[in-house]
Structure formats: structure tokens, C-alpha cells
Ligand binder design. Sequence first.
Ligand code: IMP
Length: 186
Amino acid sequence: MKVKFATSNPHKVREGNLVGKKFGMEFIQIKQSYPEIRDEDVSRVAEEGARFVFDRVKEPVIVEDTGLFIEALNGFPGSFSSFVFRKIGNDGILKLLRGEKNRRASFISAIGYCDENGVKIFKGIVGGSIADKKRGVEGFGYDPIFIPINYKRTFAEDPDLKARVSHRKKAFQKLCEWLISGSKKA
Ligand code: IMP
């Protein structure tokens, strides 16, 4: 089974397909852009994005939105993670947390799946902490500064670990289970 995945980020497609292949699913990247609404909830961003893309391509499609939520910054950058990454990047986040003892953070991924029956949302979350400095070269975005809970390495140092425990892995797992169960008719 193939489902279109509207994203400009090939890493996301690769990570989705690592999960998908276990279910006989394939996510095919399409570069249809969509407006990212301003909302603190990544689910709402994914929901509106998926609806927008479905209205254009008229085929089942997914959109995924991720946020990095840092506890000491009251959840910042959250659903504005993309904008913040472009503006201040990992160095800027590390600067904001300089001297801060509470480094707890989590990634939340929301996948919006849209077909003729409407949108359904699948969420995945991984807790962890922000490293003291950037470590590792794999992955993308905030991966060099994020250490998942109970581990010592960042996602950028250990992509296999990311594939096992990440927010995206969990969200795609839920999506795939639902798709293969055929419950979209429910
Ligand atoms: P978006 O979901 O593409 O809007 O991503 C928001 C921001 O978070 C972008 O700057 C991404 O690079 C970053 N990001 C998204 N997913 C991940 C991830 O799995 N690891 C690290 N950074 C991510």
C-alpha cells in the first residue's frame, strides 16, 4: 500500500518508511506545499496541512508536523520549531539554556492523514533532554542536541536509536497499524 507524504524533508520520508516497510507500506514524497497555520498544537498544524493538500491532490495523503518542547522555556519553541531553527538554530537554543539545570525536553510528532472521509491524527512523543553541546552528524534539525530519556547519545550520534524510540517512529507506527487494520472505514 502506498500513501503520499507531502513534505520537503527527505529525512522524514526515510524515517517513515523504516516503519512502513514492516507493515508493507510505502510513503511517497510529494512536494505539494501547504500553509502552516499558527497554532501551539502540532496536531492542528498537521490537520489543516493534510486537509489543504488532500483538496489539491484528491488522493489519500499525510502531512507531519513536529515540535521540540523545552520545559525550562515553557514549551518553546514547540510548534514554532521550524521558524526558530531557521532563526537561531541549535546554537541559539544552547545559548538560551546556558547555565540551566533543567534540560528536560520532548519531541512531539503529529501526522495528519486525510482522505475522502476527513482527517485523522496520529501522535508520537519522546521525552529526553537537551545536551550541553551539539554532538553527532546524522539526522537533521535538532537531532545533535536531543538525548532521549534513558540514553546517553544524541539522535545525531545514534540514528538507529532514533529509529527505535523517536516521536516520528511512534506516530508512524500508530498510523500504519490503523491503515492495515482497515479502520479508516470506521
Ligand atoms: P517541521 O515538522 O518540519 O515543521 O519541523 C520543525 C522543526 O523541527 C524543523 O526545524 C525541523 O528541522 C525540526 N525537526 C523536525 N523533526 C525533527 C526530528 O526528528 N529531529 C530533529 N529536529 C526535527
